[in-house]
Design a protein around this ligand. Sequence first.
Ligand code: COA
Length: 264
Amino acid sequence: MTPGQEENTILVQRNGAVRTVTLNRPDRLNALNPDLLQGLVIELGKIAADRDARVVVITGSGEKSFVAGADIHSMNQLGPRAMADYLELGQRAMRLIETMSQPVIAAVNGFAFGGGLELALACDIIACKESAKIGQPEVDLGIVPGFGGTQRLIHRCGVGSARRLCMTGERLSAADARALGVVDLVFPDGEFRSEVEKLAATIASKAPLAVQGVKRAINRACEGMLLAGLRHEVEEFLRLFGSADREEGMAAFLEKRPPSFTGR
Ligand code: COA
């Protein structure tokens, strides 16, 4: 069976030239497990090759969550080698979003934490529901962001805010995230879907080759620094994955209690 399709964890909807990709694991708040990431890579690969697809929207199923992060239950069961493979898969999914020719809109319909915010940061435009919350809370788990958060945040909101968000794990409202430049647009909850549809339709009505040229040219401005930083982030993550604090952080989340860190 195709990854991501075993339980319809990736849904793709066509509306004219717009493709809406919905991450569909609502019981886990759409957390990114390996199957879902593989399914996402496969479906985005098909859309990337589809000349009729001009704009992509990525969103989460349900009203509550975009993506609550990398799947902590899955990560906690991985050995170092499997964790390296999972990181590589996540980074590949984010780079595919970033480098596919079509523009990609993140429609952040709720929580976007950890890998969820990183997924949004890989998109060209981030639109948020007013009630959404975003953050990089990996420090609560004894790890660093691993799907590009430390790097792509810098490009969006500068080093100061990137440091603050990644070091405190603070969870921001959509309005505060907009004020920092982490997200681009905030829409009232009741108008969110229709406003995202309007945005996608506007971009889809423009000259597709010109829109794609804009995407490539803007990406080019960040690329050199980004790629070196992404490699370094993976190294930091894998080093921390073997630490006692990572074990404690993930155990604390799963046991629904605060962590107690020792710096080992
Ligand atoms: N990975 C795996 N499962 C997750 C998850 C994640 N990142 N985030 C939430 N879930 C699961 C919970 O374990 C819970 O499962 P359960 O019903 O079997 O206990 C279910 O999704 C619902 O989450 P819950 O915490 O009960 O919902 P909530 O509304 O009280 O809180 C959040 C929602 C998103 C604030 C909270 O779940 C949270 O902080 N999640 C972790 C966020 C995070 O650290 N992400 C970065 C990961 S690198």
